[in-house]
Write a new protein. Sequence first.
Length: 348
Amino acid sequence: MDDVPAPLLVTADERLLAELSRLAAAAGVVPVVAADVGAALRAWAGTSTVLVGADLVAELARARPSRRPQVHVVGAGELTDDVFREAIGCGAESVVTLPASESWLVELLTDAADGGAAASVTVGVVGGAGGVGATVLACAVAQVCARRTGTLLLDADPLGAGVDRVLGLEAVGGVRWDGLVHATGRISARSLREALPSRDGLTLLTWPVDRVGDLPAFAVREALSAAGRGFPVVVVDVPRQAGAIATEVLSHCDRLVLVTTVTVPAVAAAARVARQLPSATTVAVLRGSAAGSVAPEIGRLLGLPVLATMPDQRGLDEAIGLGVGPLRSRRGPLARTARYVAEDLAPA
């Protein structure tokens, strides 16, 4: 994108500059180059990413540049302990070496060219109990958002129905979780967008037919981070089970929607789930024909504001079974509720 700031290379080492310029070309970016600390400080705040050569890191640390994200120190070969200490002084997030980190740096620069700092919002949808329709609502919200902007629907629930099946997209080719579980470095936002199944503006990250045994928290963290850099809206089907995956997902969510029916057992289970969620960013959606009349009482029991009540929708199971997705029609209780959730994201 033309309005994305260029990355900044800070080094007087001609060999290192040549290597970094080669990597920038591979990422499709034209960097700003500063061969001294004065030039670096003048360009410091207006660039997307800063790569500081190990040759100038000590001098830059003494200049005390303002703190900013996306600062990384780069050197060639084995680096001394002094480089790591000075990297802290200039606010670096990491210290990497060439040639070992070439691929990582290309992806970092690719994200910089891709507008990695663009604003994004992540909403998580979690069921207060099994079978209350959280996955269906997550799919519907993603469909509504995808009509407006680029949207990723991320299926983080290993015990769920599978968002691709709910949407009728299980036959669409692309990478699933099994292709990411062995990721050991930073996932590029552009690579993620290009690799995942997609249709009609909606991109999916979901499970393969044979689900992976254990989904590493690291893979979830990197996928959510790349999703936030690459999509204006990320909708997550959140697992109810406490654990490392749920912790990662919740830490990335700007909004959370707790879905429950209004039976006594379902509300009791939802109250236990609600205690694990941040009340300041969580709202409730109630399902069932009597939801409207009991919403204030259930809201008090959950300790959450009730965003919407949703009567059961006729023909919903049939639509999902036919593979047309939950929003077969733009009318009806589910479509209205999905729009309420999408509109609630605007302040975030």
